[in-house]
Design a protein around this ligand. Structure first.
Ligand SMILES: [Ca+2]
Ligand SMILES: [Ca+2]
Ligand SMILES: [Ca+2]
Length: 326
């Protein structure tokens, strides 16, 4: 019994640990992508800007660090168009309104989306020293973030802006308690309102994105950009084993509406990008956002709130099995 229990705990901890790499290991997404502002949208980035939020639970009292893997655009990982000329500016924000300003939920950068206090900013071009290396922002005292009671914690924001050039910068983040290695913040999480990322070239890999269905949601509009008809986009929930969302072609958005039932409220959707098994579409970058019936974007978490639908479905099923008299 004890052995079983410790196995369960270990799964839980290891899940949240690996979820602090952004994208999380479980998402099966190799990189985030932001192009320089002169980029060709048909290469998969609709707005040359990407915002992420980090949640630091209130019991975290020692400083935190936001680390970026491969912040430059050159050498390995990145997507070249003619010569590399891209510059990406990464800026970390904290303080009042860094998360609660309403413009941060816009799916296109605009208005006061850079709200809060800028705590640190650095622009990367093609510097070789950062190729395949980690660059560390911080230390930040957790209280330098914005206190948000609903999260029982502090929130920081990072904005990646493609301020020059036309190449694609591929990169990852890690929310860490150490400046020199990746040590997860216990109970930490990360989310965005629009996710722009690279799909794996492995056709057997399914990418998973986890939007959270808040209590007031009765329907969602799922929008994706530049999927190049690379297979199916499938939505799995606590009650849906699969419902296809409209998939986009080259350089266009596709949107479909999906109704939310009572049991799906306050749970996570699993939006799966299932690649075409016949034709390999390489280096495919895509964007995704999900709006509720009021047109407000839902947060997409790297560590799914309440676990994945597949996991919960199994628990539900097991419980039913146990309690059913038949
Ligand atoms: Ca690189
Ligand atoms: Ca890069
Ligand atoms: Ca694409």
């Amino acid at each position: 019994m004890l052995k079983q229990l410790s196995a369960v705990c270990f799964c839980f901890i290891s899940f949240f640990s690996t979820a602090q790499q952004i994208p999380a290991v479980e998402e099966n997404i190799p990189f985030l992508v932001t192009f320089g502002k002169l980029g060709d949208k048909s290469w998969g980035d609709d707005d040359f800007s990407q915002t992420f939020f980090f949640v630091i639970p209130k019991f975290q009292v020692t400083p935190i660090f936001i680390r970026i893997f491969d912040p430059e655009t050159s050498g390995s990982n990145d997507e070249k168009k003619a010569e590399y000329n891209t510059k990406t500016k990464f800026s970390v924000y904290g303080g009042k309104s860094c998360f609660t300003a309403k413009d941060v939920r816009l799916t296109d950068p605009g208005g006061n989306y850079k709200s809060g206090n800028m705590l640190h900013s650095k622009t990367f071009g093609g510097e070789e020293i950062y190729d395949e290396e980690w660059y560390t922002f911080g230390p930040f005292n957790p209280t330098e973030g914005e206190w948000v009671p609903e999260y029982n914690g502090y929130i920081f924001k990072i904005i990646a802006e493609g301020i020059a050039g036309d190449d694609g910068n591929l990169y990852k983040y890690f929310l860490s308690t150490s400046p020199i290695e990746n040590k997860p913040v216990e109970g930490g999480n990360a989310f965005t309102f629009e996710y722009t990322f690279r799909l794996s070239d492995n056709q057997n890999h399914i990418a998973h994105l986890y939007p959270f269905i808040e209590d007031n949601v009765v329907s969602v509009r799922v929008s994706n950009f530049d999927f190049d008809f690379d297979g199916n986009i499938n939505i799995v929930s606590m009650v849906k084993k699969g419902e296809l969302s409209k998939a986009s072609g080259d350089n266009v958005w596709a949107t479909s509406e999906h109704f939310v039932v009572e049991k799906e409220k306050k749970t996570t959707l699993d939006v799966q990008f299932i690649k075409n098994k016949k034709i390999l579409i390489k280096s495919n970058n895509v964007s995704l956002y999900v709006l509720n019936q009021y047109g407000n974007a839902l947060p997409i978490y790297t560590a799914p709130i309440g676990g994945t639908p597949a996991h919960n479905y199994k628990i539900q099923f097991d419980q039913k099995k146990k309690t059913s008299p038949y």
